[in-house]
Design a binder for this molecule. Structure first.
Ligand code: GDG
Length: 468
């Protein structure tokens, strides 16, 4: 006889991230997958989303007294303003000039200015002070990404005993790389204040465990639970995903739109190759343009026959390395067009701006090849979005860097080493030549994976591991 279902009341979920995706009046659908996934979870059991408001205030105004609160549905949004200086040092500084380059293997771009570290610790402490009074005893805390690694440790010092989980959206670097961070030990020690630390891939999780064993003398059991600093910390792998179903619908709908008709008219009988990336040096934009140039040189039949559309909305423009990349990309695309363009054909269309999610889905569906060539990437959702947007009857081909977390799941892609320009050009050539049957086969294996492992599955997997 089946036992009566005893469902424990769901614990309140508290999500903490650098930015909070506040619902805007009368607007839906403009948000990324993470925001959609997190909101669904918050609405399900009631919850709170805490983070930076996106506003900066002058330093002499002093610290805001408390987080600003407002309610929408079952969710409370709690936000803190930052002073201009905190924002500079914590966000532009330690997060985006120390951790981001280092964790993406760009030691040459990392800046370990101690002021940045001090600002990082100050803002994490401020967030903890503002969050602690809002917490209830049986809350489940889910803290996101490299901006907020020390949050749990700060909260524990204030006496908070709630279950706390962390999820890292970016890669965890190999031991030898991490050792270049001046405060690496303290940073990892603060991660041990969590109950669960989640990674995008098994490789990143293993790199973290490796560091803990070799540098901290931690022990680890077969389930991936660490013992370090007198605490037990579970580790796990939770590859993030997308809202597969809704993206497929958006792509199909967009395909009939006036704008996508205009795109198809402009491309005419040529093959479209698409790239969509924040303008970030981790995304391999420059090697992509170079590989495309190799394609045009090594396979000259492609001249006049293919068009590359690169969408690259500016990102982190206050960080000098990003401004530098912007100049380099302008030079690279200008050079390519200068060298190859004809009076009736331009090889690359380089767009320094963003588009709606729906338009992007339509672009993906129009493109015969999706080019995703990061030099290092936690997951890369564009790769997944490209696949989800395809027409099942006539799907395009994904060319994907082995250094994106997504390469572990999307084995129907043509996997490339983006540093190898000639091999990348060969893969592009192969992608352009694949016949319909093979394109369908490759698409099917990938779309099956994305249907069974979508954003809801990711969140459920993470939260059930956290609550266990
Ligand atoms: C970090 C990790 C990890 C891009 N341009 C436009 C636009 N986008 C959207 C894409 C995609 C998202 O932004 C970018 O996500 P990615 O995963 O590709 O990369 P990051 O921003 O670096 O994200 C990454 C991710 O966190 C999640 O854990 O996968 O590895 O680095 O959804 O579609 N969206 C719109 N217009 C644009 O022009 N609407």
């Amino acid at each position: 006889t089946p036992r009566p279902a005893v469902t424990a009341p769901k614990r309140r979920l508290v999500v903490v991230s650098n930015r909070v995706a506040v619902p805007r009046h009368g607007r839906t659908g403009g948000e990324g997958g993470l925001a959609v996934g997190v909101k669904a979870a918050l609405e399900e059991s009631g919850g709170m989303w805490f983070g930076w408001s996106g506003k900066t205030v002058e330093h002499d105004v002093g610290e805001p007294e408390a987080a600003g609160l407002f309610e929408a549905g079952k969710t409370t949004y709690a936000m803190v303003d930052l002073t201009r200086r905190d924002y500079e040092e914590y966000y532009n500084g330690f997060a985006n000039r120390s951790i981001w380059p280092l964790f993406h293997y760009r030691l040459d771009l990392a800046d370990f200015n101690r002021r940045y570290l001090a600002g990082y610790q100050r803002v994490n402490a401020l967030f903890a002070r503002r969050l602690a009074p809002l917490l209830r005893d049986d809350d489940l805390l889910w803290i996101h990404d490299y901006h907020l690694i020390p949050m749990a440790d700060q909260l524990r010092h204030m006496g908070c005993r709630q279950t706390m989980g962390f999820f890292l959206h970016i890669p965890w670097p190999a031991l030898e790389v991490l050792l270049a961070l001046p405060n690496h030990r303290a940073l990892v020690q603060s991660l041990c204040a969590y109950d669960l630390v989640g990674f995008q891939t098994e490789d990143y999780r293993r790199a973290f465990v490796d560091y803990c064993q070799r540098e901290l003398g931690a022990t680890v059991d077969a389930e991936g639970t660490l013992e370090a600093f007198g605490r037990r910390v579970r580790t796990g792998t939770f590859p993030i995903s997308i809202d597969t179903q809704s993206l497929a619908e958006a792509a199909e709908e967009a395909a009939g739109s006036r704008q996508i008709h205009r795109l198809r008219d402009s491309v005419r009988n040529r093959d479209l190759i698409i790239g969509v990336d924040r303008l970030d040096y981790s995304k391999g934009l420059l090697v992509r343009v170079q590989a495309y140039e190799h394609l045009l040189r090594a396979y000259p039949a492609n001249r006049g026959r293919v068009v590359m559309l690169q969408i690259a909305p500016p990102s982190r423009m206050e960080v000098p390395e990003y401004m530098q990349l912007r100049h380099e990309m302008e030079a690279a695309c200008g050079h390519l067009n200068g060298a190859f363009a004809e009076f009736d054909w331009t090889p690359v269309r380089y767009l320094n701006k963003g588009f709606s999610r729906r338009m992007l889905a339509g672009f993906y569906r129009t493109a015969r090849v999706g080019l995703v060539t990061p030099l290092r990437d936690g997951m890369n959702l564009v790769a997944k979005e490209y696949v989800a947007s395809q027409n099942p009857e006539d799907p395009g081909v994904l060319v994907l860097s082995r250094f994106a977390g997504a390469a572990r799941e999307l084995d129907g892609a043509l996997i490339v080493n983006p540093y190898d320009l000639e091999a990348t050009a060969e893969a592009m050539q192969m992608a352009l030549a694949l016949d319909l049957e093979e394109r369908k086969d490759r698409y099917r294996t990938m779309i099956d994976r994305l249907r069974s492992h979508d954003i809801d599955r990711w969140r459920e997997d993470y939260l059930s591991a956290l609550a266990a």
